[in-house]
Write a protein that binds this ligand. Structure first.
Ligand SMILES: [Zn+2]
Length: 450
């Protein structure tokens, strides 16, 4: 008895003297061009991502997470601003990013040490704002090199504030799964049925938007290379997580892993991305692994959005929310598995969608582009994702009331976007941003602009 009381006293003293655990760190990892259904943790038959499966087991998996834009720059800007693309206007090349505060700025203001490691396509547009360390990249680098740079920033200097208790934020933008698909050994042949020299060439040369005359065999090999890129990135991330454990910072770090958009493999006659809002482009992986084991092993089934990510991170850290925000914190709802009750919108200029419950309406505006020929007037496609997750059966003709209801909701959203955009313009001194020739060239090379 006496011994037990003594033990309790010693334990409580030890507790009282223990160094207070610092505020959590945040690492946001964006895997470019990664569609949810090509990850083992999302039910893919190939185990492409054993390390992400482990991460998911320690956190929350959002089974129905959606990007707000199926291309890199606009998607990331929606993440960082918590605004829909028609509001942040990166797609119109007059981004609001110069004036509204981005996630890294908000964390920097809150006392975080911040570092961004991004692919060249994200250079400019204001993405560098709020980073203490932001290397302006001039070429695409592998996940290993990016991770090495992040670790060097974190641990290179033993007096680094981040390792002495100052919380840090790292943004890691891993570009490997983006076309072209040329994973390093042994991932280059890991998912090929028979390695063929011309597959790499084929993968490198397929046009951006048009249906290529690929045989099913060739398509299988191209997808195998894409899966190899995802598997390679997962392998590199596994090593990254091990290093974070070695440094003693893993446990107290919120790790958010997202895809910025998916990739088409002719499901709707299109390859690549940036050219539709179908599920293969819209649905992305989203995993949140909280430091304290909170929500461990949960899977959230209701639809959520990338614009919800910044409000969720800030809510968890108990920091202030963005002044202008269209997203919502998912934190309170994770417990009940009912976050994301708002409809989900995705925009790509020549095609837009709303998802509400299991219904998804796609609105195709009445103009033609060189890339996607359209009819002379607005046409709608309606899908019931509960029964038709691959969007094979357009139910618009037989459900005019549902089309009408969702089309009205889209129009109300157009007005809401206009309204919040006007408010931002009125309250902030918005200067249109002119893209540099280098930025335009990069967007052209990726097929985003003509
Ligand atoms: Zn991307």
């Amino acid at each position: 008895m006496t011994f037990r009381i003594l033990l309790l006293v010693v334990l409580s003293l030890a507790g009282g003297c223990a160094r207070e655990i610092g505020r959590p760190n945040v690492i946001l990892i964006s895997m470019d061009t990664t569609r949810a259904d090509h990850l083992g943790v999302y039910g893919y038959e190939r185990e492409t991502t054993p390390n992400l499966s482990r991460l998911a087991g320690e956190g929350v998996v959002f089974e129905q997470a959606y990007t707000q834009a199926p291309w890199t720059v606009a998607s990331h800007m929606s993440v960082f601003t918590s605004l829909y693309p028609p509001v942040h206007k990166v797609a119109h090349l007059t981004p609001q990013s110069a004036t509204v505060k981005l996630l890294p700025e908000l964390l920097h203001d809150a006392g975080y040490s911040t570092a961004g490691f991004v692919a060249p396509v994200l250079d400019g547009y204001g993405f560098a704002k709020g980073f203490d360390h932001y290397a302006h990249p001039h070429r695409y680098r592998s996940a290993e090199i990016m991770i090495h740079q992040a670790l060097e920033w974190l641990a290179g200097d033993p007096n680094k504030p981040a390792l002495r208790g100052q919380p840090f934020f790292i943004f890691l933008h891993l570009f490997d799964p983006h076309h072209t698909y040329d994973p390093p050994w042994p991932f280059d042949t890991a998912f090929l049925s028979s390695y063929r020299e011309n597959i790499l060439e084929l993968s490198a040369s397929h046009p951006f938007t048009q249906e290529k005359d690929l045989s099913p065999d060739e398509l299988f090999e191209v997808v195998g290379l894409y899966d190899g890129e995802i598997a390679y990135t997962d392998w590199a991330l596994g090593r990254f997580f091990d290093e974070l454990k070695e440094l003693g910072v893993y446990d107290n770090t919120l790790i958010a892993l997202m895809g910025d958009h998916g990739e088409g493999f002719l499901e709707h006659g299109l390859m690549n991305h940036g050219n539709s809002v179908y599920e293969e482009l819209g649905r992305i992986p989203l995993i949140l692994r909280f430091p304290d084991g909170r929500f461990r092993g949960r899977r959230v089934k209701s639809p959520v959005r990338l614009i919800d990510l910044t409000p969720t991170i800030l809510d968890y850290l108990r920091e202030g929310q963005p002044v202008f925000s269209q997203g919502l914190s998912l934190l309170a709802g994770i417990e009940r598995d009912e976050p994301g009750t708002d409809p989900v919108f995705t925009y790509v200029g020549y095609s837009e969608s709303i998802r509400d419950g299991s219904w998804k309406l796609i609105r195709n505006p009445p103009y033609r582009t060189k890339m996607i020929p359209r009819s002379a007037k607005t046409n709608y496609e309606l899908f019931d994702l509960a029964n038709d997750p691959e969007e094979k059966y357009n139910l618009a003709a037989e459900n005019p009331e549902e089309v009408e209801r969702l089309a009205r909701a889209m129009e109300r959203m157009d007005e809401a976007n206009q309204e919040i955009g006007d408010r931002i313009n009125a309250e902030l001194d918005v200067q249109p941003m002119e893209l540099t020739e280098e930025q335009k060239e990069r967007l052209r090379a990726l097929g985003y602009i003509q």
